[in-house]
Design a protein around this ligand. Structure first.
Ligand code: 2E7
Ligand code: F3S
Length: 316
């Protein structure tokens, strides 16, 4: 039986970023150094496949430090943690390793520096997301105000409109954030911020690749988890840029084949926490049903690498 033709556009860059790579390696190194169990506070990155495979190697995932025993090492996830978390680990004399992405640590330092200069901070981010909780938790409660939308800017109750700075989550929509930053600058002309925002290179590049293909595809599949902020943004970017059907899939079994009926072209990308094996699984599933012609849509090349500590340092 002949299969219907399908042009598959593969986004590049896609999938793992340097911060994810580093965080996973830190867990693997900790398991090698200390043996199982090694505790990990929060999913090291938001991907079930990654978490399950580390769990198989002896990692134990918990949400709070209280759930860890004093005498086993604990790793903090790539998304970052409030200052209170390492402080509590130190008080309990625990061994801990911080796998926070260096680009998130940079934002933490930025926020602290602004506060030292007497500025109140506005964080653009998603309420309840661990990165937002971690960044806001670098400073005492009330020092960081959260805005999620342009509408939130209008109702912000600040201490002094002339002593403000903003920081952002690293995985936001580039386009939505532009609007929020513009609204902040319009209401508070003296507000200080980074050159544009704190959205990281990986988020920016993955969104740009999706944008470049969104107008020419009938459907878009984003490989990623429902709790992965950057992956969900990729679905939105596709939908907002002319793609009629954009769906997040954790793996091939999530594909809704009925929804794909009649399509002639499809785009595939993956969030920063989604391993390439899952992308290949999705491609194989498409190949089983269609006569696939593949094209890569490359909008940037990435060569970012973050050093993994050679020896995991135990805090003094
Ligand atoms: C850390 C940071 O684990 P993710 O899906 O996280 P998000 O923040 O997108 O939900 O992706 C990797 C990652 C991205 N940002 C890890 Cl701060
Ligand atoms: Fe870091 Fe950006 Fe990845 S903040 S963990 S490089 S998505």
């Amino acid at each position: 039986m002949t299969q219907p033709p399908l042009t598959l556009y593969l986004a590049a860059p896609r999938g793992f970023c340097a911060g994810v790579d580093r965080a996973i390696k830190i867990v693997e190194m900790a398991l090698q150094k200390w043996g199982a169990p090694v505790y990990v506070r929060h999913e090291i990155v938001h991907n079930k496949f990654v978490v399950d495979s580390l769990r198989d190697q002896g990692a134990v995932f918990v949400e709070e430090l209280d759930e860890c025993p004093d005498d086993r090492p604990v790793i903090f996830s790539a998304h970052g943690v409030p200052k209170a978390v390492p402080a509590a680990a130190e008080k309990r004399e625990m061994i801990y390793v911080d796998a926070t992405c260096p680009l998130v640590s940079k934002v933490h330092i930025e926020a602290e520096r602004h506060a030292e200069n007497g500025l109140q901070i506005v964080m653009i981010g998603h309420a309840g997301h661990p990165e937002t909780i971690g960044t806001m938790g670098q400073l005492p409660e009330g020092e960081v105000l959260l805005v999620e939308t342009e509408a939130d800017v209008a109702t912000l109750d600040v201490r002094d409109p002339n002593a403000l700075a903003f920081v952002t989550q690293t995985t936001l929509s580039v386009d939505d954030t532009k609007g929020i930053v513009a609204a902040l600058q319009a209401r508070f002309p003296a507000i200080i911020g980074p050159h544009k925002e704190d959205i990281c290179y990986a988020t920016t590049n993955r969104q740009a690749a999706v944008k470049a293909m969104a107008g020419k595809i009938d459907a878009m599949l984003v490989v990623g988890a429902p709790n992965s902020s950057n992956s969900r943004r990729l679905v939105e970017v596709a939908a907002n840029n002319g793609c009629a059907y954009a769906q997040l899939v954790q793996r091939a079994t999530d594909i809704d084949w009925r929804a794909l009926e009649g399509i002639r072209s499809i785009g595939i990308t993956a969030g920063a926490s989604a391993p390439e094996v899952l992308v290949n699984e999705v491609i194989d599933a498409l190949r089983a049903r269609y006569d696939v012609t593949m094209e890569t849509v490359e909008t940037a090349q990435e060569n970012v690498e973050f050093k993994v500590p050679r020896v995991l340092r135990v805090p003094a």
